[in-house]
Structures are given as structure tokens and as C-alpha cells.
Design a protein around this ligand. Structure first.
Ligand code: FE
Length: 183
């Protein structure tokens, strides 16, 4: 990996990606589907979005998740003024019920420490460069509180179905270390 390939630096420090193919699939595709479904609904339905931001557990469960979401989920909304990013500095608390297995880098010491100290640098390493005026808010997960980031809806998606919108939602986008895909 060349220098400057940011996420790789954190991943390398953590010992690389998950080696087990099934774990990798769960981590990147299967797990985050529930979260993507939630984000897509919030993008499409302002009433649901308000409900999500008021009580994410209640809102998520109203969508009929494959397994109930625990009573500790908080949704934080990205706006042009503020970008949210999630970490667990103490260990590796993660919203498993909506995002599946945490990526290896999420549990790594470099991410857990640097996300708080220099979030803008870490984001840049993930390929996310935000306007200087956008504030970055880092949320530290605990056993009692888990976070899901509600990314900004990509432009050019007017009239899209929930399924189409969900395909644009990325796992990293819901952690705050990435953005949605471009339509
Ligand atoms: Fe933790």
C-alpha cells in the first residue's frame, strides 16, 4: 500500500481485514442492510426522519427489522454545517443490530485514539474531505449508547424508491468515515 492510502494505514495497524470470507461478507454487505434501509426511509420520508432523530430504536423497529434493535440507538444527522463520526474510544461498542459486524479498523487502537484527536485527518485518510467550515462532531459509543449517522441524501435522487436509495448507503457512511455513493 502506498503512503497516503489512509484507511489502509489504520487497517494495517489493526492487522488487516477480516480473513474469514463469511465474516467479510457479513461485515460489508449483509450486516449494514438494516441500517441502509433505515437511512433510505429517512431520506424518503420526513415524518420517519423526525421519528428517527427523536427515537432511533423506536423508528427502526417500526420498519420491521429482521431482529429487534436494542433500546440504545441514537441517530445523528449530517448537514452542511456538521458532519458526525462514531467511535468507541474505550473498546469497540458498535450498533451491531443495524450495521452488522464492526470493521477491523473500527476496533483498532489507531482509529479509536485518532478519531478523537484528529478527526479531520482521519476522515481525509478515508477519502472524505469536508469543507473547512463543516464542523466535525465525534460521538463516543458506550454500552448504553450506540450511534448511526444519517448521511446527507445525495443530490439527483428525486423520486427514487427506498430500494434505490438504500443502494447508495454505505456502511462507512453510517459510521461517518465515508459518504453515500454518488447516484
Ligand atoms: Fe466499546
Amino acid at each position: 500500500m502506498s503512503a497516503g492510502a489512509g484507511p489502509a494505514r489504520i487497517a494495517d495497524a489493526a492487522g488487516g481485514r477480516s480473513l474469514h470470507p463469511e465474516a467479510h461478507a457479513y461485515e460489508t454487505r449483509i450486516g449494514p442492510r438494516n441500517g441502509a434501509k433505515i437511512v433510505a426511509r429517512a431520506w424518503a420520508d420526513p415524518t420517519f426522519k423526525a421519528r428517527l432523530l427523536a427515537d432511533a430504536t423506536d423508528a427502526a423497529n417500526a420498519l420491521g427489522m429482521s431482529s429487534p434493535v436494542g433500546a440504545h440507538l441514537i441517530a445523528v444527522e449530517n448537514t452542511p454545517e456538521r458532519h458526525n463520526m462514531v467511535v468507541c474510544t474505550l473498546c469497540s461498542c458498535y450498533p451491531w443490530d443495524v450495521l452488522g459486524l464492526p470493521p477491523v479498523w473500527y476496533k483498532s487502537a489507531p482509529y479509536r485514539s485518532r478519531a478523537v484527536i484528529e478527526p479531520r485527518v482521519v476522515l481525509a485518510e478515508f477519502g472524505v474531505t469536508l469543507p473547512a467550515e463543516t464542523q466535525i462532531r465525534v460521538w463516543d459509543s458506550t454500552a448504553e449508547t450506540r450511534f448511526i449517522v444519517l448521511p446527507m441524501r445525495p443530490a439527483g435522487t428525486d423520486g427514487w424508491s427506498d430500494d434505490q436509495l438504500a443502494d447508495l448507503v454505505t456502511r462507512d457512511g453510517m459510521i461517518g468515515t465515508g459518504l453515500p455513493k454518488a447516484p
